[in-house]
Ligand binder design. Structure first.
Ligand code: ZN
Length: 93
């Protein structure tokens, strides 16, 4: 298995848990859908830590698209992962 992603705490390779999940990126408010992405969900086999990676180059849909509401409605609830588009400032190292 290629070492795409590794869990630092467990020192093992993460495994793909589910491909082609839908990620709903929100505006800075954290609740208003802005873009829909296709990506993959990865998981650490020991501690179950999860990460989302493998985003496409372009989103599946953006809020300005005519069919955005329909695209959003078609996502099965269990396949939707919400992320905030707000950039979080981290303290300097
Ligand atoms: Zn782990």
């Amino acid at each position: 298995m290629p070492l795409n992603y590794c869990c630092v705490d467990c020192a093992v390779a993460m495994r793909p848990r589910k491909n082609d999940i839908r990620v709903i990126e929100t505006l800075d408010d954290g609740v208003t859908p802005y873009r829909i992405w296709c990506a993959d969900l990865w998981e650490c086999p020991r501690c179950s830590y999860e990460l989302i990676a493998g985003f496409g180059i372009k989103p599946i849909a953006e809020k300005r698209d005519k069919d955005f509401a329909e695209e959003l409605a078609e996502i099965p609830p269990g396949d939707a992962h919400w992320i905030s588009g707000k950039l979080i400032s981290l303290p300097p190292n």
